[in-house]
Design a protein around this ligand. Sequence first.
Ligand SMILES: Cc1cc2nc3c(=O)[nH]c(=O)nc-3n(C[C@H](O)[C@H](O)[C@H](O)COP(=O)(O)OP(=O)(O)OC[C@H]3O[C@@H](n4cnc5c(N)ncnc54)[C@H](O)[C@@H]3O)c2cc1C
Length: 254
Amino acid sequence: MRWCGSLAWDEASGVDGEPGEGRFLVGRDEVAALEPALREPPERAVHTPSDAGVDPTAVAEALVAAARARGAKVRTGVRVTGLEVVNGRVAGVRSSAGAHRAARVVLAAGTEVVRLCRPLGVALPVVGSPARGVRMAAPAGLVRSVVAAPGCEAREVRDGTLRLTLPPGRDAGAALRGLFRGAEEAVVLEDRVGNRPLPADGPIVGPVTRDRALWVAVLHPGVTLAPTVARLLAEEVIGDRLVAELAGCRPALP
Ligand SMILES: Cc1cc2nc3c(=O)[nH]c(=O)nc-3n(C[C@H](O)[C@H](O)[C@H](O)COP(=O)(O)OP(=O)(O)OC[C@H]3O[C@@H](n4cnc5c(N)ncnc54)[C@H](O)[C@@H]3O)c2cc1C
């Protein structure tokens, strides 16, 4: 976790309005002090000192390892092909490795939850929203905060490794060099388009069958909210008690 704050002057930053609690409008000099390698510090930016960033891949790997260490069985390279339904009740999943029985099933499969739930008559309003993530090797400390400039978001996820979010087709190296001095040696390590799950009305978390045998968790800020959502959902699934904090996130039951 890097508590590095953020600096934003992209279209979504609200740089022309009231910044809101915990956010501050800063001028060119302050931007230059916060990000000394910026070629052309903007006239105004929104500074949020409390913002932080993580390396989502490293977080996912750490969580899987921790679950395994606590006794979870992890199967990789196995595709869930459908739900196992016995006498009208979800009783597990079917996968490329066979059937897996379970008293309770939680689907946390991003956009795939729509297809998996459909045979039960559950229509989840979730679409895929493609976004391009690029990982680059660059001098450590080049980018200090989470920088959101028009057409390019950049942050350092570990010393010497940056993660950028860019529109399709934009040259990542050129975008970084255009923003920062000292990025000439930067090289692309990975360039991938991810399909972000985008529910129409915000996060969908909770049981999707009245007997609470099947649950879903699908949301757009799936990294930022994962710790909270996972903790609340675990309380519900294990404790058999729905918590008030998730009341606004319930899927419509068939
Ligand atoms: C460029 C980019 C920038 C982003 N920035 C942010 C950000 O700043 N903050 C934030 O919170 N979020 C961000 N996101 C979104 C975030 O990545 C998603 O919200 C998050 O990944 C959703 O997590 P998830 O586990 O629900 O789904 P996913 O990450 O989609 O994971 C689903 C998993 O289920 C597996 N799966 C799917 N179907 C099956 C099946 N049938 N059988 C077995 N396995 C299956 C997939 O292989 C995958 O591993 C960003 C995404 C991108 C692409």
